[in-house]
Design a protein around this ligand. Structure first.
Ligand code: PRP
Ligand code: MN
Ligand code: MG
Length: 182
């Protein structure tokens, strides 16, 4: 397989910066849930990297579960109408739940997901995202733990894909135009 290097334009967040930020977020989460039995929920597939690294930045024995959701409708932007492709295996009634995402773009996926999980009677639902983009400010969504606020550019890496590729870059960056232009 070909090397990804020539497909990249610039690196926005380095591997070291991600690691340092996760250590800070991990310390906050450890403190905030010190006397709680925390369940972290990763949203497949983008959140796989941040779930794996955040979990290892925590010092308490959290539970981990996963959901897969999909926006209805065509196009590259989410419609806000979401269906569950894979549901939790955990009953979250009375549980403290922390949803973990790679990126909040329009915020529509997470607005729906927070509402869905809150309807199951959890003790609390909070959100942790590695990246937040500016559009997310236009929806009513409380995000307690944020890695990086980034501008509205098309970014890949650390879980974020372009046409299902580039998730495995260990940093976050932008793609060179030739990738889109084919
Ligand atoms: C991406 C990303 C978030 C969501 C954010 O997932 O991982 O889950 O979109 O978009 P929004 O804030 O505009 O709703 P995607 O649906 O591409 O699936 P993936 O995680 O499998 O890439
Ligand atoms: Mn996703
Ligand atoms: Mg995607």
């Amino acid at each position: 397989a070909k090397d990804m290097g020539p497909d990249l334009e610039k690196i926005l967040v380095t591997e070291d910066e991600i690691k340092a930020r996760l250590a800070e977020l991990g310390a906050r989460i450890d403190a905030d849930y010190a006397d709680r039995d925390l369940l972290i929920v990763g949203v497949l597939k983008g959140a796989v990297m941040v779930m794996a690294d955040l979990a290892r930045a925590l010092h308490s024995p959290v539970s981990m579960d996963w959901m897969a959701v999909s926006s209805y409708g065509a196009g590259t932007t989410s419609s806000g109408v979401v269906r569950i492709l894979k549901d939790l295996e955990t009953d979250i009634k009375d549980r403290d739940v922390l949803i973990v995402e790679d990126v909040i773009d329009s915020g529509l996926t997470l607005s729906w997901l927070v509402g869905n999980l809150k309807s199951r009677g959890p003790r609390s639902v909070e959100v942790c995202t590695m990246v937040r983009k500016p559009l997310a400010f236009e929806v009513d969504l409380d995000v307690k733990y944020i890695g990086f606020d980034l501008p509205n550019e098309f970014i890949v890496g650390y879980g974020l894909d372009y046409a299902e590729k580039y998730r495995n870059l260990p940093f976050i960056g932008t793609l060179a135009p030739h990738v889109y232009e084919g």
